[in-house]
Each structure stands twice: as C-alpha cells, then as structure tokens.
Design a protein around this ligand. Structure first.
Ligand code: PEP
Ligand code: MN
Length: 286
C-alpha cells in the first residue's frame, strides 16, 4: 500500500477517535452500537425503534432513506419524507442518526439533518462521491464493497481523508463468495488486519453479512471478541414486516438481549459498553 499515507498506521499506538456527538465516540475504549431498520418506513416505526433502543446500550440509530436496491422496481426509500422522520426522532430522543448517502447531490441536505453519513457497499469505489465527502463536514461510515479487497477499502478511505475529512469509520459487512447459505461471508480476518494496518475505527455489520437473523447475534459477539470498535445491526419492531432486508432483521427484544450479552465479551477484550444515553422514558402520544 505505497500511497496510503493517511489511513495507515505508522505509530502502533495511534488510534483515531471519531465523534458522532459530544458524548458518542467510536475508536476509544467504549464500543459504538448502532441499531435500527434497513429502511425508514414511517414515523411510528422509527419512534418505536428509538424509544426501545434509547433505553438500552445503543448509542446511535440507523435507517436508510435513499436505498440502493438491486431492482429498480423495489422500494427505493422515502427520500426527503424519511429524512424528516429521522430528524424528528433524532431531536425527540436526542440520539445520533446515521443514514446512507448515494449521490453527491444528497450530501448537503443529509448533512444538515444527520450525524454521520454511510457510504454503502455499492458506492465504495464511487470516487467522485468519496472526494465530495471529504468536504462534507460529517463523519463517514465507509462500508466495504461487495467484493473489495482490504487494500481497496483502505484506498477508498484514503480518498475521503486526502480530500479533507479525517473522520472515517471503516465497516466490514461481508464479501461475496460461492455459498448462498449466508448472504455474504463475514471477513473477521479483515477486521483484525484493518485494525493493524490503519488507525481508523473499524465496525462490523453482521446483518448484511449473514442475511439471516438467527446468525446475527453470534457473529456480532465474534466481531467484538476480535477487536471491532462497534456494530451496525438491523432491527425492526416487526422484523418479518420489514420492507427491505426482512430476513436479517432482529426484533427489538432480540437486539436488547444481544447488547446485554456483549458486556462480558467487551470486558474480556478490554472494552466497555456505555450506559444508555437516557433513562427509559415513555413519550405518550399527544
Ligand atoms: C444498508 O446498510 O442498509 C446497506 C444497504 O448496506 P450495504 O451497503 O452494506 O449492502
Ligand atoms: Mn439493509
């Protein structure tokens, strides 16, 4: 990796911390747990998710409003209406929010409303988008491409860093292989390698790797055991009813049990899980 000067680790102790909010940081001792549905579907859905996740040790919400779908006839996301919903729950529950950016033209409007922008696997090598995100002024969660090598992922991060944005979080989300039993193959070897090679935080998305909800909790625990700085997990109030990625969505109860089960593993590898950002509160309908 001859040209990777910004992302690679020259000093072994160097570790970048990326701040999503003043009290939500990834890359330190504390793990970052992000949860939420694949797609934002309705205000009610996101309020239910935010209400339950804010009472457990989940520090940020996810939810796509611009969705990269294989078929142009599949649900493409709620767009600006979805962004309004994210903005509402972000303020109501004081939780940082992450959503995917697919195009340069979306950056400004998304940056006003969300705390971090996700670059999806399908855009990992959209170099013009990466360059523009160098100027976005928001942390970037950069997902590994469907069949990208570790070097290609590091170089994609390098595009964002070298264009002015030091706040990049790498995300391993599984790579394509021959076996359709799992949607992708979760490459924990890459997580270990990225932690050694770079000073950037590395999180793991076991949901898109596994593609099946029953595989997600064990993979999530394995990711923390091998040194990941956090997790990005899809969960939904009614997982089977999810408009996208239903098969891999956890119920909110399973999500809570999973987060609880991470505590001893985190402790065993010298990490901690921050307490819930806010005590459980009911928000009665007006
Ligand atoms: C997502 O997070 O919903 C998503 C589309 O992920 P990926 O880009 O990893 O497929
Ligand atoms: Mn998804």
């Amino acid at each position: 990796m001859q040209n990777a000067q910004l992302a690679t680790k020259t000093d072994l102790n160097r570790q970048t911390r990326v701040q999503l909010r003043s009290n939500v940081v990834v890359g330190g001792t504390d793990l970052l747990i992000v949860g939420g549905p694949c797609s934002v579907e309705s205000l009610e859905q996101m309020e239910t998710v935010a209400d339950q996740l804010s009472s457990i040790a989940v520090q940020a919400l996810r939810g796509g409003v611009y969705k990269p779908r294989t078929s142009p006839y599949s649900f493409q996301g709620l767009g600006e209406a979805g962004l309004e919903i994210l903005d509402t729950v972000r303020k109501q529950y004081d939780l940082p929010v992450i959503t995917e950016v697919m195009a340069i033209t979306q950056i400004a409007v998304l940056a006003e409303r969300v705390d971090a922008l996700q670059v999806g696997s399908r855009n990992m090598q959209n170099f013009d988008l990466l360059k523009a995100l160098g100027q976005a002024g928001k942390p970037i969660i950069l997902k590994r491409g469907l069949a990208a090598t570790v070097e290609e992922l590091v170089m994609a991060a390098e595009y964002i860093l070298s264009h002015g944005n030091p706040n990049v979080v790498l995300c391993e989300r599984g790579i394509r292989s021959f076996d359709p039993y799992t949607r992708n193959v979760l490459d924990l070897g890459a997580v270990v390698a990225l932690k050694q090679l770079t000073h950037l935080p590395v999180i793991v998305d076991p949901s898109h790797a596994a593609g099946k909800r029953e595989l997600v909790p064990d993979l999530a625990r394995a990711a923390i055991a091998c040194g990941a700085d956090g997790l990005l997990i899809e969960c939904h109030p009614e997982p089977e009813q999810s408009i996208s990625d239903a098969r891999q969505a956890l119920s909110l109860d399973t999500m809570a049990a999973l987060v609880e089960s991470l505590q001893p593993i985190a402790a065993a590898v010298g990490r901690s899980i921050p307490m819930p950002l806010q005590p459980f509160t009911h928000h009665p309908a007006a």
